[in-house]
Design a protein around this ligand. Structure first.
Ligand code: ADP
Ligand code: TYD
Length: 216
């Protein structure tokens, strides 16, 4: 069970999967959700950017269809995140409050890592302060994969590459993740998982990292 920055206990576990594009986040979320289900823990899986209206706008920016200033892009992701948390239909803050476990493919560390390529990291952290106050992950799982491996996986499986899926950018983003985790080590829980292994080996490492949060 986690707690938010005001020290209030959170009822459900909230696990954020982080990593560069192609690191295997969505694959591992599926495997962890299955494993938890077998243990009798049902969970809600979700992702950012969301499929809600702000998230759809974000996706249009990412494909290059809409052009926008980098700070405006970072703020748009922060707005999508607040909607993800607080939306009255399926907001995850109330799911956690009700005791549901939530697994998310990306949360605010993605913003810290990706946007600080163009905007100072401190600025991005401040822009996400409200989300951090509302809901801090029980643990951030950083699936660390070599950028060449990630790009090979993406090339094998997708017809197009998005704006951020260039090697030099992924190298920088990976470094930024490490900087952000170092910077916030005092207030955030995180675990680094070696993502260069087989799907099954990664899933086993993740299971060992999280099972204690479920008393398993
Ligand atoms: P992400 O959600 O981080 O972008 P995905 O889970 O979609 O990553 O994985 C990217 C691609 O790599 C997918 O086609 C997936 O099947 C494949 N993949 C995922 N994990 C592994 C792994 N450990 N080894 C090889 N290929 C993998
Ligand atoms: P997506 O298609 O979901 O990629 P992936 O499967 O790799 O997660 O697109 C997410 C992209 O958006 C990814 O390149 C990272 C980027 N992103 C940001 O730049 N800032 C953010 O705050 C988030 C959540 C994602």
């Amino acid at each position: 069970m986690g707690e938010n920055r005001e020290g209030k206990k959170q009822k459900g576990n909230f696990i954020a999967f982080e990593g560069i594009d192609g690191s295997g986040k969505s694959t591992q979320i599926g495997l962890l959700a299955e494993r938890l289900k077998k243990e009798g823990v049902c969970c809600y899986t979700t992702m950012e950017p969301t499929n809600a209206p702000v998230g759809s706008l974000v996706r249009q920016v990412m494909t290059g269809r809409i052009r926008m200033d980098n700070k405006a892009i970072a703020a748009l992701f922060a707005a999508d995140r607040l909607d993800h948390l607080l939306n009255e239909v399926d907001g995850i803050a109330s799911k956690i409050e009700e005791g549901t476990t939530v697994l998310t493919d990306r949360y605010y560390f993605s913003s810290y890592a990706y946007h600080s390529v163009d905007v100072p990291m401190e600025w991005v952290i401040r822009a996400n302060e409200q989300s951090a106050l509302i809901l801090r992950p029980t643990v951030n799982l950083f699936i660390d994969v070599d950028p060449d491996t990630a790009l090979e996986r993406i090339a094998r499986n997708r017809f197009h590459q998005e704006l951020f899926e260039k090697k030099s950018r992924l190298v920088e983003v990976r470094e930024n993740y490490k900087k952000a985790f170092d910077l916030l080590a005092g207030e955030e829980k995180y675990t680094v998982i070696d993502g260069n292994q087989s799907r099954e080996a990664i899933a086993d490492n993740i299971w060992e990292a999280v099972r204690g949060y479920f008393g398993l």
